[in-house]
Write a protein that binds this ligand. Sequence first.
Ligand SMILES: Cc1cc2nc3c(=O)[nH]c(=O)nc-3n(C[C@H](O)[C@H](O)[C@H](O)COP(=O)(O)OP(=O)(O)OC[C@H]3O[C@@H](n4cnc5c(N)ncnc54)[C@H](O)[C@@H]3O)c2cc1C
Length: 335
Amino acid sequence: MENLELAIAKIKEEMPGLTLLENEPLAAHCSFRIGGPVRALAIPSDLSALSKICCLLKEHQLAPFLLGNGTNLLFPDEGLADLFIISTEKLTRLFLLPDGAIYAEAGVSLSRLASFAQQNGLAGLEFASGIPGSLGGGCLMNAGAYDGELKDVIESVVCYYLPEQALVELSAEECGFAYRSSAFQTRPGFVILSAVLRLRPDDGEQIAARMRELNEKRREKQPLDLPSAGSAFKRPPGHFAAALIQEAGLKGYRVGGAQVSEKHAGFVVNTGGASSHDVYDLMMHVRKTVYEHSGIVLEPEMIMLAPDYKLEDHGPAVPRHFITVNQPNFSQETP
Ligand SMILES: Cc1cc2nc3c(=O)[nH]c(=O)nc-3n(C[C@H](O)[C@H](O)[C@H](O)COP(=O)(O)OP(=O)(O)OC[C@H]3O[C@@H](n4cnc5c(N)ncnc54)[C@H](O)[C@@H]3O)c2cc1C
């Protein structure tokens, strides 16, 4: 705590032009509309300002938490004593490279990226046009839908590697993409700055038609009118989380303001005034009931940022989906 205050003071002193919001409500920065204040939220104007914040934090043995569009996160009502960096305000450069690949900074939204590709007659990102996240969050999650995943189109990713305070370029293979997972989740310390995406040429109208079709499906099936963090649980191998939840009789089940969506049982929605504890308790009830009903363990897809949320207490153990914010467990290896 003391270190954080020292780091914030140093950042203010050395970076007077930086936009730094203090005690900023996290509910305003996530699609769930849940979460108390974060001690500080920095909005760097470019990648070098972002790197400088990381450097100054490192001097105090701290690491930032990178926030994209906040569409896969549950923040605690109590707030967090941390420094967040938001990428989606200004780290949004996007252009075509001379060889036809796309360069995009981490804060570019996936929908803008998909539209940009379509406008340039490049196919392969149609699946991403309705995913409400940013490229940075999308890389960490290996976001995907309708048989497409970012791993299919990412050629390389440039990161700031916190332990060594160095820029590194990772090939798609080195990113370790797997279903809703990547090396960025399993090896903390990578701040994703930008990526190069390789797509295939196609007719712009046909690409647009495919995007419209997928977005129509999304609107039909998903509860897009209510705040959520998308699919609450990952798809267990050989099953669909939504079907398992529905079969366990949980469609519409409520805890406080949190509810298993009536429209799509794979979503947990905030019907108004849900607390993070409502969502957490609901998730744990779903997990336990589905396990008792089917023997299948559901693993949360959303990232629940609260140190006292223990999945192990509420059912069979699964890897804990909790990213340590101010005590990074840096690997000593070089990527
Ligand atoms: C209505 C709805 C529908 C959705 N549909 C889909 C879907 O079809 N498919 C799908 O895969 N997901 C879906 N999602 C979930 C979500 O949009 C994706 O997981 C998305 O990739 C998250 O991006 P984000 O920018 O919102 O990340 P955030 O939620 O802001 O962050 C997610 C994680 O990424 C990390 N992160 C963000 N930026 C960086 C960075 N620059 N460097 C390092 N780490 C970073 C954060 O620290 C955090 O750990 C949906 C969500 C909603 C609300």
